[in-house]
Write a protein that binds this ligand. Structure first.
Ligand SMILES: Cc1cc2nc3c(=O)[nH]c(=O)nc-3n(C[C@H](O)[C@H](O)[C@H](O)COP(=O)(O)O)c2cc1C
Length: 356
């Protein structure tokens, strides 16, 4: 075991990371109606900073009260009460020497109209995922095709949520462009059949992401981080490659690299998996197309896998291992033999059982 990289520091803008390990964003669906997570969910994030993670991402916070929400009990960060609730959490994470990042998203065609006050589902095109919505047991709702008004309005939601995060003291903001949600719907021809300047060419499909990034960047101070999460898979129809080829994906990565972002976070099922019919994994393919710092996530569960993943990335994120094992960072440090958690084991995240 080489073990040289994972516990080495890393400089990210003005931030010195104490190691290369971060808590991946994890939705917990714990809000009882005020769009504020339960106290034990907050405590969990603080504890993972105490347990040694250098980075802590929040759950994906939805960007408006109209069409952004896809799962019950999600959080928002636009009212003073919501901001006040996050402030001590952010401070406590920072006190442990960790970096706190707020992830935000709009669910796009994955939204669930019944839990959105405006009762709408909006997306670039009126196309649903093929699979049944596991939350409702029914097909996904056919989205309204977003008008220019909708597009501008949704961007305001990202901006207001980013402002909320800055007010709450977060060190950074992540724009969630992965997993088949709204930004990813625009990026991928699987969900985007528009014929206007938001569809068709890769440049056109990238336009919405560009507009969100530019608008958000304007409201965050220069010393904060702006990160962007991307994936080639979505939570619905997970077998589908959302980008048509390695070239297309790399073109998007190159466009992202020209944006004012500090990190690209690549989400995979398994960091080792080869992509686009090549013998390369997603981190390698991403690295080829950008000089930006990279985060990689997906089945990184012990020291060897963390070190291996860091061959082509700068920071590893873990979801399930950090969710279910409070000692994970220390176990990685000691090289303890660990096994991978199964997805079903992570379902405890959605119960009201407090996690260690
Ligand atoms: C309970 C749970 C909730 C998740 N919620 C989010 C989320 O809100 N945003 C996001 O980008 N990814 C989310 N994910 C995906 C993880 O961040 C991660 O990409 C995925 O679990 C693979 O990493 P792992 O193999 O370390 O678990 C979630 C995963 C789990 C297990």
């Amino acid at each position: 075991m080489s073990g040289e990289i994972v516990f080495s520091p890393f400089q990210l803008k003005g931030f010195t990371l104490k190691n290369r390990i971060g808590v991946a964003p994890m939705t917990r669906m714990s809000s009882s109606g005020d769009s504020i997570p339960r106290q034990d969910v907050f405590d969990f994030l603080i504890r993972r900073a105490q347990n040694g993670a250098a980075f802590v991402f929040t759950e994906a916070i939805v960007t408006d009260y109209e069409s952004a929400q896809g799962y019950p009990g999600q959080s928002r960060l636009v009212t003073q009460r919501q901001i006040e609730a996050w402030k001590p959490v952010v401070r406590a994470i920072q006190k442990e020497g960790a970096i706190a990042i707020m992830q935000m998203f709009h669910c796009g065609r994955m939204a669930w109209p019944d839990i959105n006050p405006a009762n709408r589902v909006i997306a670039p095109s009126a196309i649903t995922p093929k699979q049944i919505n596991p939350m409702t047991g029914e097909p996904y709702s056919v989205p309204d095709i977003m008008t220019q008004f909708d597009i501008d309005h949704v961007i305001v939601g990202f901006v207001e949520t980013a402002k909320g995060a800055i007010e709450a003291g977060f060190d950074g903001i992540e724009i969630h462009g992965a997993h088949g949600y709204l930004i990813n719907n625009f990026l991928s021809s699987y969900a985007n059949e528009r014929t206007d300047h938001y569809g068709g060419s890769v440049e056109n499909r990238f336009r919405f992401a560009h507009e969100v990034i530019q608008a958000v960047k304007k409201v965050i101070p220069d010393d904060r981080l702006l990160t962007f999460r991307i994936s080639n898979w979505g939570v619905a129809d997970p077998e589908v490659s959302l980008f048509n080829s390695k070239d297309e994906y790399q073109e998007i990565i190159k466009m992202l690299s020209r944006e004012p972002i500090d990190v690209i976070s690549v989400s995979t099922y398994g960091y080792k998996d080869h992509a686009f019919g090549t013998d390369q994994n997603m981190a390698q393919i991403t690295r080829e197309a950008t000089d930006l710092p990279l985060m990689i996530c997906g089945q990184i569960y012990d020291r060897d896998s963390a070190e291996d993943a860091l061959k082509h990335a700068d920071i590893v994120l873990s979801a399930k291992s950090l969710l279910l094992n409070p000692d994970w960072v220390e176990n990685v440090r000691s090289g303890k033999q660990l096994s991978r958690y199964k997805s079903e084991e992570a379902n405890v995240a959605y119960t009201d059982e407090p996690l260690l």
